[in-house]
Design a protein around this ligand. Structure first.
Ligand code: SME
Length: 160
């Protein structure tokens, strides 16, 4: 079995629809959270342009701990309320940041990052962790990206 997902689409809604379908196929029937986070980060990394980091922080006893990702090695532990990921975890609200340098307390793991989106992953009222995407481009993530990435988060929340 090969996993050759080559997704090319003319517009963002189509791109994210195809990406969501590919992700659903990739995680279908697999209960192992680490395997699903690992494959999800690889799929997103391969599909979305202009990223320098994509991956997961897991909620381990009220602290965010680094999970599977693609990109440079990153900060391992992030307290709730600190940085973009910690604020997303604490508020349970999507953080879509045009310019991370203007975000109070932003944690610069990779100096290449200029914009970021963090989606909380919630199942049955429980915060499982967050999905974090970073870009070297300022303002990389639009409302269309947010809608698409929130959908990916919904798919993932069911298999983590
Ligand atoms: N910049 C993030 C930290 C995680 S890295 O980007 C991988 C933040 O401020 O939460």
């Amino acid at each position: 079995m090969t996993y050759d997902f080559r997704i090319e689409a003319a517009d963002k809604p189509t791109l994210y629809r195809d990406l969501a379908s590919a992700l659903e196929g990739l995680v279908a029937g697999e209960p192992d959270a680490i395997a699903n986070m690992a494959n999800a980060s690889a799929l997103i990394w391969e599909t979305l342009p202009d990223l320098n980091w994509v991956g997961f922080y897991r909620n381990v006893g009220g602290e965010l701990v680094l999970g599977p990702f693609q990109g440079r090695p990153a900060c391992i532990r992030i307290p709730f309320g600190t940085g973009v990921c910690g604020v997303a975890a604490q508020t349970r609200a999507v953080q879509r940041i045009e310019d991370v340098h203007a975000f109070p307390g932003h944690i610069a793991c990779d100096s290449a990052s200029n914009s970021e989106i963090v989606v909380p992953l919630i199942r049955d009222g429980e915060l499982l962790g967050v999905l974090d995407l970073d870009s070297p481009n300022t303002g990389r993530f639009t409302e269309e990206d947010e809608a698409g990435i929130v959908r990916l988060g919904e798919i993932l929340s069911n298999v983590l």
